[in-house]
Structure formats: C-alpha cells, structure tokens
Design a protein around this ligand. Structure first.
Ligand code: COA
Length: 326
C-alpha cells in the first residue's frame, strides 16, 4: 500500500461579506444573540451569477498550482456538495470541463458537512491501492441559495465558499494514517431540504410553502454534534494506534464555537491547537474543513511530523474523521 498525502490546497470565498448587523435589518435577530450562541460575526455570500462550480474551479486551480500538478494529470475529481449547480450533470463534471482535466473521472458526493471527509477517504483508497495517482477533492457550497432569509433559526448560521485539495502518493510513514466514516439515517429528519427531489418534486405549492429551503432542528443537531465530534476523532486515532494525547492540531467542522469548544474539552485539547474561522465565514458545510485546512497551512500551524486530525459531522446524519501525519 502506498502512503497518500495532501500535495496542495486552495480556497475561494465570495467577496461579499454579510455581517450580523446586516442580518438584523432583514430578520428578527441581533448581533449579540448570534455571537453568544454561535461565535459567528460575519459570513461570505455568493452573488446571483456565482454557482458552486465557479467557487470550486477557482479553489481547484490554486490547489493544482501548489501541488505542481497539471489538470491533465488528474485521475479523478470529487465534489462534495449539497448545493450542486443543478441536479445533473454533476458539479464535478462542470469543474472537469472548466479545468480541462480531460483524463479525470468526475462525480459529486452527498454527505452534507461531512462530504469533504467522505471524499478524502474515497480518494485515499484509490491512491493507496495504486489504482489512481492524483485526485482532486473539493468541498464547495453556495448555501445562501437554499436559505430562507426569513428563517432566523437557519439564515444566521451558514455561508458560501469552496476548499480544494490534491491528493497523491507521498513519502512512506507520512500522509493519511487513518480515516473513519459513519452515518445515522434515523437522524436525517433533523436537517433536510424537503422538496425538489423524487419524493416531493417542485410545484408551485412547494415553492409557496418554502420547502426548497434548509429545515433544521438546531437543538437535536447540536446534541448529536457535541457527542459525535469527540467520538469520531477518537475512532480515527485508534485506527492508527494513536491516542488523544498524540493530537498536535485539530481542524474541526466549523458549525458553532460551542460545539467546537466542547469537542476540544472532551479531547483535552487547548483551543490554541484547534483551528477556528467560523467567526468570519459561518458554517460552509462541506467547504468548512478544506478552507480551514488551507488557512491553517498558510498560517504555518503545522510542523513536519505533526499529527493533524480532521473531524466533521452533518446532515444525513453523517460524520467523518481523518488523521494525517504532516
Ligand atoms: N436570533 C435571535 N433569536 C433566535 C435566533 C436568532 N437568529 N434563532 C433562534 N432564536 C431564538 C429561538 O427562537 C429561541 O426562542 P424561544 O426560547 O423564545 O423559543 C431562543 O432563541 C433559544 O433557542 P435555542 O434553540 O435554545 O438556542 P440554542 O442555544 O440551542 O442555539 C443554535 C441555537 C441553532 C445556534 C444551536 O442549536 C446550534 O448551533 N445547533 C446546531 C446547528 C448546526 O450546527 N447545524 C449544521 C450542522 S452541520
């Protein structure tokens, strides 16, 4: 089996910032409530002409350049998203065309906020077994397009963005040490977009009833998240014979500062070893972890040999974790 590492990372965030004060003007909320309950101050929102594939393509170009890989050298493109440009073709195929990655297989992956880690796990299998050499994994969302801006329970939480990584063979003993994925379909009802699929096709009525927007039971998702973040991280660590004491840096899904703090507490990790950027981006679903990873790298947060743990959870319900020896 070959060792698999991250060869390059990139990110793309829309320019437009929407602060909590901006939201106060459109929905019954306030800055103090949002900051104290979530830790979010502002988020980026895509304009009307920007779709998920646009952000994905820009993030991917940067990741490819940093990995020193041409688009033609890609064997596969996985786009993890719940906000594809359209139902089909896959956003990954649109990105493939944008990049000119003509030798790459391409598909979208639906695992909500855990999607990026699901994608990394799949790419890891293909590369370590020698089937493929270079795989682009993108986590990208334009959640603003499926948000009800009159629903204060959801519209204050989310933001738009994309993060990309190029995975490939790396020196033995470094790179991905383990991955762990899980799901609990029983909890799917707590986070949904009810209409627009085969169960409830789009009609004038579904639009009038706001059924094409995110619906969430925040407190159920919160309880699940607090429990699963620590457990999932421990599971991945155990799979590579490491313990919580071996974590040098944690890059968690960025949903709520209270969820992240309690996960850090369960893992007995000081917050200095945890990357947090939800204050400026909110929850970008599948894009949260790759964007955080790209920023953490840019800020020199990891040293060679560090054990970096990525952990996420989301709709499905789903969760995932991954240990990387940097
Ligand atoms: N502004 C002001 N008040 C708000 C509000 C907002 N944006 N959103 C909700 N409220 C109100 C509620 O209506 C409720 O009022 P009530 O007591 O009169 O009914 C009150 O604030 C408290 O709501 P509660 O649900 O107890 O708040 P909370 O502390 O649980 O925080 C969330 C709510 C959504 C921030 C929190 O549950 C959460 O983060 N859940 C996880 C969400 C998530 O991560 N989703 C994505 C998963 S990938």
């Amino acid at each position: 089996m070959r060792s698999v590492g991250i060869l390059g990372t990139g990110r793309c965030l829309p320019e437009k910032e929407v602060s909590n004060y901006d939201l106060e003007k459109i929905v019954d909320t306030n800055h103090e409530w949002i900051v104290s309950r979530t830790g979010i101050y502002t988020r980026r929102i895509a304009d009307d002409n920007t779709a998920t594939s646009d952000l994905s393509t820009e993030a991917a170009k940067i990741a490819l350049e940093r990995a020193n890989i041409t688009a033609e050298e890609l064997d596969m493109i996985i786009v993890a998203t719940v906000t594809p440009d359209m139902n089909f073709p896959a956003t990954a195929c649109i990105v493939q065309s944008n990049l000119g990655a003509k030798n790459a297989a391409a598909f979208d992956l639906s695992a909500a906020c855990s999607g990026f880690l699901y994608g990394v796990s799949m790419a890891n299998q293909f590369i370590k077994t020698g089937v493929y050499d270079h795989i682009l994994v993108i986590g990208a969302e334009t959640l603003s397009k499926i948000m009800n801006w009159n629903d204060r329970n959801t519209c204050v939480l989310f933001g738009d963005g994309a993060g990309a990584v190029v995975l490939g063979p790396t020196e033995e003993g470094s790179g991905i040490l383990s991955t762990h994925l899980g799901a609990d379909g029983e909890g799917g009802k707590f986070l949904t977009l009810p209409a627009g699929g085969s169960r409830m096709p789009a009609t004038v009525q579904t639009v009038e009833d706001n059924l094409h927007y995110i619906k969430m039971d925040g407190s159920e998702v919160f309880k699940f998240a607090v429990r699963i973040m620590g457990n999932a991280a421990k599971k991945a660590l155990k799979l590579c014979d490491l313990g919580v004491e071996d974590i040098d840096y944690l890059v968690p899904h960025q949903a709520n500062i209270r969820i992240i703090s309690s996960a850090a507490k369960r893992l007995k990790l000081p917050m200095e070893k945890v990357y947090v950027n939800l204050d400026v981006y909110g929850n970008m679903s599948s894009a949260s972890i790759p964007v955080a990873l790209d920023e953490a790298l840019e800020k020199g947060k990891f040293k060679k040999g560090d054990n970096v743990v990525l952990v996420g959870f989301g709709g499905g319900l789903t969760w995932g974790s991954c240990v990387i020896k940097w």
